[in-house]
Ligand binder design. Structure first.
Ligand code: ATP
Ligand code: MG
Length: 238
């Protein structure tokens, strides 16, 4: 099974992600909660960006917008040169499934499925045969060092192994962009470090990564750091 290479297909502009004047309010009744207050952010192809900020500053809110899991109250979002607000619901689900890989603090694996089955979930509706999908996913699991855990269930794995399964699943559709929300938040520092090394490798392969973290040490592992403060993005100096 040959992975797609959307980076080559869709004639992307230099920016992978372009956010312009993004505001996000929660609630319908006044006073509404104004969380994002005019975010402008450009993330290039293959860039590894971290976003820090205090608890409640809007990091997950921003990541949900980037992942097309929510929509901004105001402002525009271009992903791979396409205006996200102009996509149909079907196209948005396709983008979430194929163009974006999600990695969460809590792994979000399906407990009843084996490691190999969990990684195959994003391919459920693809046209390839079961054995092609299995071979392809075995290869991805091998690349994250888990070929010895294919038939285990998540409850039989360590936290670091669970996160590597989640990373393997996020890679299945060869996404344009990887979004990680506190990927090391549930891990001890050594295991967290192994996960960060894996993210470094993915960055080395030219993948764009946006990683949310409240941990400045973790943020320093990225190529570029920004911080959300008072609903706005502040560029951090290295
Ligand atoms: N669905 C929602 N409805 C209403 N308010 C929300 C919703 N999601 C988040 N908020 C509020 O928006 C603010 C920002 O939340 P968000 O989860 O984005 O913060 P965060 O920076 O990710 O925090 P943490 O570091 O604790 O994960 C908080 O005040 C939160 O209570
Ligand atoms: Mg959060």
């Amino acid at each position: 099974m040959v992975p797609r290479h959307p980076r080559d297909e869709c004639g992307l502009s230099e920016s992978m992600v372009s956010l312009q004047g993004i505001h996000k309010y929660y609630g319908d009744l006044e006073p509404r909660l104004h969380v994002l207050k005019g975010i402008n952010l450009e993330v290039g192809k293959g860039e590894f960006l971290s976003i820090t900020g205090t608890s409640g500053s809007g990091k997950s809110t921003l990541l949900n917008l980037l992942g097309c899991l929510d929509i901004p109250t105001e402002g525009s979002y271009f992903l791979g040169g396409r205006d996200v607000s102009k996509q149909t619901d079907n196209e948005l689900s396709r983008i979430r499934n194929e163009d974006i890989g999600f990695i969460f603090q809590s792994f979000q694996l399906i407990p009843q499925l084996t490691v190999l089955e969990n990684v195959q979930v994003p391919l459920l509706y693809g046209e390839h045969s079961i054995s092609e999908k299995e071979d392809y996913c075995r290869g991805i699991l091998d690349s994250v060092g888990l070929s010895h855990r294919l038939t285990h269930q998540p409850s039989q794995l360590s936290g670091g192994e669970c996160q590597r399964v989640a990373i393997a699943r996020s890679l299945v559709n060869d996404p344009l962009l990887l979004l990680a929300d506190e990927p090391t938040g549930n891990l001890d520092s050594k295991t967290g470090d192994e996960v960060l090394e894996l993210m470094d490798e993915l960055h080395g392969q030219g993948r764009a990564i946006i990683m949310i973290t409240h941990d400045l040490e973790v943020a320093r592992r990225s190529e570029r750091q920004v911080k959300i403060k008072d609903g706005l993005i502040m560029e951090e100096r290295k």
